[in-house]
Design a protein around this ligand. Structure first.
Ligand SMILES: [Zn+2]
Length: 480
């Protein structure tokens, strides 16, 4: 019998707001001392009064609209009760009855073509703290810096059916949320986390099989491996009776490449959801809704089409640039200055990419000012700075975003010289010092010319037009 895998995802995304969801503590405590970013509200002290951070609702709405959801114009917060040492109030404030966004859809593309994945809902909630286990002292410490850091949970319908689709879906979420600048979505940093609900059923059946929920996955590769392992485990159980499948929560051990049962899956009733009386309902009026709607970016596909039509870029260039909003902004800034789309795209897709790769930076970490890049490009096309030196200036601009390319070129001796007298003097000295290369070139060895050319260019610190230098050099050799 043939089987199909049915997968739904719950994706937690940390929102990139400055402060926490219900208090003014900083939401960014990376590297900070434990429990240094806390107050009575985020520590769940009795009597504390949480106040909803408006930016969190802004971002929740933006995420909802990017994923084609309907926005609940009155959205409310609820208590999800459970006990765990990293949850000081013994309940998490989340959204159950009226989440900020519902009924969305995201289109993905895989080797099998395009597919629509329905979004059940997006709800806003607070993160829990962190338990830090100290093996040497045989103790566990609790750090509340992360409590009440704002999250959204994006719940999909069970519309996914393979590891490839899951990967495409996660990539799509990442792109859309990064375009809207609401989240970093970096699994390696913990700003995107994913629970996978998976079951297996005979192909063509419309009945769902027994569902397992897998937690504890922190990379797309781990998620893909876990899906393949679980699919095989379920099929084996159904076909060969190796075990009785239960609805349960499982932990994925990426090192062993296996999943283990943690607990039988809780039902909603176990959490005693009820409206949080301390948090007022949030009413989104037309003005607020429209403000958020008009602040949304162009969708990647719309941008891509515009880049090929308006700027006459190739499909490939447009696709590469629109992979990240940071690349798009850099390109659009550079174009404003150069008015030359091809040059602007080429510089980003070659020189800028080279530096990003060498520094192991993601596209979204690019902070280079597009207009400054445009100025640098004009210095090169205008013959003021040589390409090799322009690359050095570009690297410096990565380190210091305040650098003005023209000023920097002047201050650091990167301006091309039109002084042929200076070039000729250098050429004469180089020729005199290397009669062998001169003789080799005269004897027909083209490579010898490149050696001489390289020495001259080095002496001139790259500040000479290569065509001119080459011509002067050949003239001088012929005279010798
Ligand atoms: Zn706080």
């Amino acid at each position: 019998m043939r089987y199909e895998t049915v997968i739904g995802l719950e994706v937690h995304v940390e929102l990139a707001t400055n402060s926490k969801i219900f208090c003014s503590c900083s939401a960014h405590s990376f590297g900070a001392d434990p429990n240094s970013h806390v107050c009575p509200a985020c520590c769940g002290m009795p009597g504390m009064l949480p106040v909803v951070n408006k930016r969190v609702v802004d971002f929740g709405m933006k995420a909802g609209l990017m994923l084609n959801c309907d926005i609940n114009r009155t959205t409310t917060f609820d208590k999800k009760s459970y006990y765990y040492p990293d949850l000081p109030a013994a309940y998490q404030t989340t959204q159950w009855f009226a989440p900020v966004a519902v009924n969305g859809v995201v289109e993905i593309e895989t080797s099998k073509g395009k597919k629509k994945v329905r979004i059940k809902q997006i709800h806003m909630e607070e993160d829990a703290g962190k338990l830090v286990h100290d093996i040497r002292e045989d103790t566990t410490h609790v750090d509340f810096n992360r409590t009440s850091v704002p999250l959204i949970e994006i719940v999909s319908q069970p519309d996914l059916s393979s590891a490839e689709e899951v990967e495409a879906y996660l990539e799509r979420l990442k792109t859309l949320l990064r375009y809207a600048k609401v989240a970093e979505c970096e699994m390696a940093h913990g700003t995107m986390r994913c629970d996978v609900n998976l079951s297996v059923r005979p192909e063509g059946s419309d009945k769902l099989g027994v569902r397992a929920e897998m937690k504890n996955m922190n990379s797309i590769e781990a998620i893909k491996r876990a899906i393949e392992y679980e699919t095989a485990r379920h099929i084996d159980a159904i076909e060969n009776g190796t075990e009785v499948l239960r609805q349960e929560t499982r932990r994925w051990d990426d090192i062993k490449g296996k999943s283990y049962a943690m607990r039988t899956k809780e039902t909603a009733g176990d959490y005693r959801y009820f409206p949080d009386p301390n948090v007022m309902p949030v009413v989104i009026d037309d003005a607020w809704f429209n403000e958020i709607k008009s602040s949304l970016p162009e969708f990647p596909e719309v941008k891509r089409a515009r880049y090929t039509e308006e700027y006459a870029l190739s499909d490939y260039d447009a696709e590469q640039l629109t992979k990240s909003i940071a690349l798009c902004e850099c390109f659009e800034g550079a174009f404003e200055v150069t008015k030359n789309a091809k040059d602007s795209a080429n510089w980003i897709l070659s020189e800028v990419m080279t530096i990003l790769n060498a520094r192991k930076m993601t596209y979204d970490q690019l902070t280079l000012d597009g207009r400054a890049l445009g100025t640098l490009i004009l210095l090169v096309t205008g013959g003021k700075v040589g390409r090799a030196n322009a690359k050095k200036i570009l690297a410096a601009m990565f380190d210091d975003p305040t650098i003005e390319p023209e000023k920097y070129a002047e201050e650091n001796g990167f301006v091309m010289s039109n002084d042929t007298g200076k070039a000729e003097a250098v050429i004469k000295a180089v020729i005199a010092a290397d009669p062998k290369s001169v003789a080799d070139f005269k004897g027909g060895k083209e490579k010898a010319l490149m050696a001489l050319f390289g020495k001259c260019m080095k002496e001139l610190k790259g500040n000479c037009d290569p065509q001119t230098l080459r011509k002067l050099l050949i003239d001088e050799i012929n005279k010798a």
